[in-house]
Ligand binder design. Sequence first.
Ligand SMILES: C[C@@]1(CC(=O)O)C2=NC(=C\c3[nH]c(c(CCC(=O)O)c3CC(=O)O)Cc3[nH]c(c(CC(=O)O)c3CCC(=O)O)/C=C3\N/C(=C\2)[C@@H](CCC(=O)O)[C@]3(C)CC(=O)O)/[C@H]1CCC(=O)O
Ligand SMILES: NC(=O)c1ccc[n+]([C@@H]2O[C@H](COP(=O)([O-])OP(=O)(O)OC[C@H]3O[C@@H](n4cnc5c(N)ncnc54)[C@H](O)[C@@H]3O)[C@@H](O)[C@H]2O)c1
Length: 210
Amino acid sequence: MLYPMMMNLKGKSAAVIGGGGIAERKAAGLLEAGAAVTIISPRVTAGLGKLISEEECIWKEKCFENDDAAGFFIIIAATDNPMVNREVKQAASDNQLVLMIDDPYLSDFQVPAMVRRGKLTLTVSTDGASPKLAKKIKKQLSQTYDERYENYLEFLQQSRRFILENVRDPAWKNRLLEQMISEEFLHETDRKAAFQKLYESYLKESKQCD
Ligand SMILES: C[C@@]1(CC(=O)O)C2=NC(=C\c3[nH]c(c(CCC(=O)O)c3CC(=O)O)Cc3[nH]c(c(CC(=O)O)c3CCC(=O)O)/C=C3\N/C(=C\2)[C@@H](CCC(=O)O)[C@]3(C)CC(=O)O)/[C@H]1CCC(=O)O
Ligand SMILES: NC(=O)c1ccc[n+]([C@@H]2O[C@H](COP(=O)([O-])OP(=O)(O)OC[C@H]3O[C@@H](n4cnc5c(N)ncnc54)[C@H](O)[C@@H]3O)[C@@H](O)[C@H]2O)c1
């Protein structure tokens, strides 16, 4: 059973071995998460070339050698040569997290399919059984959890903080937090005003109980 986790990669060093389309996809994901990415490959795609020329990542223009694995927090072996990908895994220490893009079972982690809506992240993993199904489910989720969720999450974060700071009674706290995630608030055009109204009704009711 794989252990799912949301990892903070800001400033962490990551190596991508290989410079093809798959390496490019994985490097883009790592960069989006704020990792410091080094590409090790004799050739790179135009997309990676652009990232390199814009100094978004470093390029070591060479074939992988064992010493290249040293020091990286995360390593993605993404060449088209299974032998090289295996060498990468063997060269790494047990304390480094290695993904072999052609061998989920020897890897320390896998990359799931993903939908991002601001602070909301939905991921789908099939443990390597069917990446295509993961992609299909991702598309379905992206329709249900559409772009509105980005703003909605911002609103939820702010109003939750407000509730935690201002409402002491645990039952009320729970009731208000529950109301926030109702369909009504998702569809609401002026969420702030609706929240204000709700909070005022809480103030009124809680005073009556004092
Ligand atoms: C989800 C996604 C995330 C991402 O890569 O960002 C991802 N693969 C995606 C797509 C995809 N990959 C492949 C196809 C062609 C159809 C097919 O082969 O089925 C398609 C579909 C397409 O491209 O349309 C081929 C493939 N993939 C792996 C192998 C090796 C093997 O099976 O042993 C081979 C055969 C290579 C060969 O031909 O030799 C292995 C892995 N791919 C994974 C993730 C991990 C397991 C995730 C899971 O199962 O949940 C894992 C284990 C490791 C990893 O890469 O992390 C991404 C969706 C992107 C999106 O959402 O748009
Ligand atoms: N996990 C996934 O999501 C997924 C999806 C499709 C394919 N794959 C696998 O990924 C592999 C790579 O796919 P691609 O389309 O990126 O291939 P590609 O042929 O476009 O790229 C391979 C890259 O590896 C580099 N390379 C080769 N030998 C190397 C070495 N010794 N050291 C460093 N770099 C080296 C090449 O220069 C090239 O840049 C495929 O062969 C397939 O097995 C994985």
